[in-house]
Design a protein around this ligand. Structure first.
Ligand SMILES: Cc1cc2nc3c(=O)[nH]c(=O)nc-3n(C[C@H](O)[C@H](O)[C@H](O)COP(=O)(O)OP(=O)(O)OC[C@H]3O[C@@H](n4cnc5c(N)ncnc54)[C@H](O)[C@@H]3O)c2cc1C
Length: 282
């Protein structure tokens, strides 16, 4: 079990990881990509102290060089669930399971809202993990809503298990060759079902299915952690970056505006210090 798990590879996560490393904690640092797309995309940054007129690409490189120089390794995995247990946390990444005594969420802000019905029917026909739940749909009809080309091997796997797969790829350059796959170039608008999913609706149509797989790289905080308190779409924290769940901290854009690098990095620093204080009290 790790002392600490940090989720997110943007400035908040980088800052939390640097501080955890300097303070000698055993920690694991997850990110869905090598660096934050939001950092890379900035044309020119003028408000990061000591780095005037730096491009987003250069800032991303500087963050990477800093963590590498400290020997910090990033685990490139997408966390699909964080479950508080007795005094620790279980973190799910597909079919893998990790344990940590404290967790810092540095998720950024999700631009895609959950589909209507997604959170309500999660575990009742809605799944985030092809390798964990795919076998439940052997010979059945399913839909796959996918926002990232990196998941195509998982779609292929689902096609090898299910009888029919309606694939909704929300990215460019999809290459899905399975004969039982039908491509629908629309995003789902609603997951339908009382106690279990029965159909997926999209603009202009509906498919009746036994399950739907949502394969995406970011989740809303409440989908990730049940019982987490949010307000206005952001995780509620106090000045120590503590959430309403003991041992769980949040930092960066996911806690609210302004959405800025230095605010994210500052909060990552505070969250790491608070988490470490919590661990030593424990
Ligand atoms: C085009 C553009 C220009 C900008 N220019 C500026 C500027 O000039 N100055 C400024 O101060 N700010 C600027 N910003 C805002 C700045 O990018 C953000 O405030 C900052 O990146 C927030 O950092 P963060 O660490 O909170 O989140 P992010 O940088 O969004 O990082 C979140 C990280 O979490 C990862 N993640 C999310 N969910 C999961 C999961 N479930 N499992 C694993 N990993 C996960 C993501 O992959 C990502 O690496 C700009 C933003 C954009 C888009």
């Amino acid at each position: 079990m790790y002392d600490l798990a940090i989720i997110g590879g943007g400035p908040a996560g980088v800052s939390a990881a640097i501080n955890a490393k300097i303070l000698n904690k055993s920690f694991i640092w997850f990110s869905s990509g090598e660096s934050s797309k939001k950092v890379e995309r900035a044309e020119l940054i003028k408000n990061y102290p000591a780095l005037p007129d730096i491009t987003g690409k250069d800032l991303a490189n500087a963050l990477k060089t800093h963590t590498e120089s400290l020997g910090i390794e990033m685990t490139e995995e997408i966390i699909t669930g964080v479950y508080p247990t007795e005094g620790s946390f279980n973190l799910l990444a597909g079919s893998k399971n990790y344990e940590a005594k404290a967790v810092i969420l540095c998720l950024g802000v999700e631009t895609q809202k959950p589909v209507d019905g997604e959170e309500r029917l999660l575990g009742r026909g809605v799944s985030y993990c092809a390798t964990c739940d795919g076998f439940l749909y052997k010979g059945k009809k399913i839909a796959v809503y996918c926002t990232d080309k990196r998941y195509e091997s998982e779609i292929e796997f689902l096609c090898s298990v299910a009888q029919k797969v309606y694939v909704m790829p929300l990215y460019k350059g999809y290459e899905i060759k399975a004969e039982n796959a039908e491509i629908i170039l629309k995003a789902p608008t609603k997951f339908i079902g009382e106690n279990r999913l029965s159909a997926v609706e999209y603009s202009g149509g509906k498919v009746e299915v036994d399950g739907v797989f949502v394969l995406k790289s970011a989740f809303s905080p409440t989908t990730l952690v049940h019982g987490l308190k949010v307000g206005d779409g952001h995780i509620l924290v106090n000045r120590k970056m503590e959430t309403n769940i003991k041992g769980l901290y949040a930092a960066g854009d996911c806690t609210g505006r302004p959405y800025q690098y230095i605010k994210a990095a500052g909060e990552g620093n505070v969250a790491a210090h608070s988490a470490i204080e919590y661990l030593s009290e424990k």
